[in-house]
Design a binder for this molecule. Sequence first.
Ligand SMILES: [Zn+2]
Length: 466
Amino acid sequence: MRSIKLCACVSALALTCMPVNANDSGPKYVFYMIGDGMGTAQRQVAEYYHQEATGDKQARLVMNSMPVVGINTTHSADSLVTDSAASGTALATGVKTDNGMLGMTADGREARSILEGAQAKGMATGLITTTRLTHATPAAFVAKNQSRNNENEIADSYAISGVDFFAGGGYRHFVSGEGSKRKDSKDLIQQFRKQDYKTFVGVNSTSDFRSYQPEQGDRVFAAFTPSHLPYEIDRQHDNSTPSIAEITRKGIDLLSKDKDGFFLMVEGGRIDHASHANDLAGTIMDTIAFDQAVATAMEFYHRHPEDTLIVITGDHETGGMGMGFGKNYFMNLDKVALTRESVEDKLQGVYQGDRPAFYQHIARKFQLNRLEKDEKALIERAMDAVDGKDPEQIAHYGGYDPVSIAIAHITSKRAGVYWTSYAHTATQLPLSAIGQQAEKFAGFKDNTEVAKVFADVMNIRIGVRS
Ligand SMILES: [Zn+2]
C-alpha cells in the first residue's frame, strides 16, 4: 500500500513541508514489454483470432485487459515514420534521434537509458528479445552508436554492460571463428564466461537452458540461433528453441533473486518482421506468443501486486495493416489457422521455376487447394517476375521473393486484411499498464514521454546530461 509520511522540518523557516511518498524509490519490479511493429491492428487482429481459435467471443489478450491505457506517437527527429533505432532510443532514453541512431541525440550526445538508471540504483537488469540481441530495440537500452548496423560494436558494449540476463538470438556477433560475423577474432562468449556468466549458445543449449535453475547472483548470456529466433509459427513445429514466454519466466526466476528488485525489457521483435512481409498468420502468432510473455509477467504481478509495474507498448506500426478493405464488410480469421509456415523464413525461395511443385507446396502448407482466377493470376505474374529476373518487376514486392508475397496477399485477402506498406507507418500506438503508479502512463503521450514517466516513477535519471 502507498503511505504518506511527512518530511521533518529542519528549520522554523522551512517554507512548505511537502508530503513525501513512501514509494519515492518506485516499484521494485519493473517490466517494459515492447512489441516491435505492434500497432492497434496487430493487437486487435491477434485478439479476434484468439477468440476464433478458443471459441470464446469474449476472450481478450492479456495485454488488452489492463486497467491503464494510453496512446503514443512515434515520429523520430528526422522523419514522421520512425525506424526501430530511433523509436527504441526514445522509449529507452526519452530522447528523440534520427532514424538509424542508437542511444544518442541526432547531434551525437550520448543519452542514458532506463536500464542504466536502474543499474545505478542497484537493480538487477535483463534484456530479452526474439530478434538478434544486437538488433535495434534491445540495443537502444545499452549501446551508444551512430548506426544500428554496427552490430559487432553493439555486442562489444553488451560484454561490458553488466546486464544480468541476456536472452534471444544472434550469436553470430559474439562468437569467433566459423559462423561469426565479426571482423576481428574477439570471442565475447569467453568474455562473458570470464565474468561468471552462464552461457547458452546455439540451439543445442535449449534443453540446458530449460532445465537450468538460477541461483542468487547468477548472470546469463543466452543466444540460441545465429540470427533471429524463429517465427513462432515455425518454432511451434519442433520447439527447438524456447518461446518468449519461457525465456521471460527464466529471466524473472533469475532477476527476482536480487533483493534490490529488477528492470526487465522484453521485446516481441518478430511481430515487425512478419508485418514487413505482410504475413498475417506470422504476425498473429508472434503477437499471441508475446502476449503469453505478458501473461508470465502478470503471474509475477499477482504474487507482488504492490511492488510491480508492467508497461506494454510498441515502437511503431508495421505494414499499414488494414482490417477490412475495399467495399467488403467481412473478416474471416478462421482461415489463418490453415497456414503452416512463415512467409519470410520458410516460403521465400521455395519457388525455383517448377510451377506444379510450388502449387503442391502451397496446397500443403497454406491449404490453398482451389484458387480463384484472380488469385492464380497474381501468383503467375509473380512467377513471371522471378523467371524473368526483371528487377523492375521484382521491386514491386518490397524486396521479398515475389511469389511468397503473392501468397501472403492471397491469404491476407481471404481473411479480409489488406496491407498498405512493406515498411513502418506513422500511426499512433496503444500502451497498456498495470501496477504501482501505472496510472501515470495513461493519456496521449509521445514515446519520449513514456521513457520520462518511467524515470519519474523509478526515481532515476535518464537522457542527456545537462
Ligand atoms: Zn521494422
